[in-house]
Ligand binder design. Structure first.
Ligand code: ZN
Length: 179
């Protein structure tokens, strides 16, 4: 079973799994160079960075081959995936949440666009808008009025996010909300 030597010989140019410190995970790598039949340098196919080969953290810690003596000192621990700091994890989660939200908003926006083919009305601060109107916002693009949140505020679904916009600015008497 565990015959140490060259059970899985790899050649330069082949693709293998390896840890990427930049991507912080196991990604597909192309073998760039070998040392004594052991993978030495690899190119991450995800972020395109070249670095020393780090074996992927397998379920079973079966090391296929020992690194040649010279600059060996490396302990298996060092070769393991670096621990994600709390900060990084929080940052990643925030990024993921932001992406999810963007995706959700885009989805919502597209479905509104499917349903509502009204011609967009140019959005201005002194305008008056109501639910289901389509707005053309100079900065945020096309938006769909979801609801009136206050006599002078509307909730509008834009492609990237749901925003509350003011309206009726400078109008003497705001119209009653249509209910
Ligand atoms: Zn990478």
């Amino acid at each position: 079973m565990s015959s140490a030597k060259k059970t899985d010989t790899v050649n330069v140019g082949e693709d293998i799994d390896a840890q990427c410190m930049k991507c912080r995970r196991v990604t597909n790598h192309r073998v760039v160079s070998l040392l004594d039949g052991v993978v030495k340098r690899v190119l991450c196919l995800t972020c395109q960075s070249q670095h020393n080969y780090r074996p992927p953290v397998a379920a079973k810690p079966a090391k296929p081959a020992k690194p040649a003596s010279a600059k060996a000192e490396k302990t298996p621990k060092e070769a393991r995936l670096p621990k994600e700091t709390k900060e990084e994890r929080v940052r990643k989660e925030a990024l993921k949440a932001a992406q999810d939200e963007l995706e959700q908003n885009g989805k919502q926006w597209r479905s509104l666009r499917e349903k509502n083919k009204s011609a967009p009305v140019k959005y201005t601060l002194d305008g008056t808008y109501s639910a289901d109107q389509v707005l053309a916002h100079p900065r945020f693009g096309t938006g769909f009025v979801i609801r009136l949140v206050m006599p002078n505020k509307i909730e509008v679904q834009f492609e990237d996010s749901l925003r509350v916009l003011v309206m009726n600015i400078g109008r003497p008497e705001p119209p009653a909300p249509p209910l």
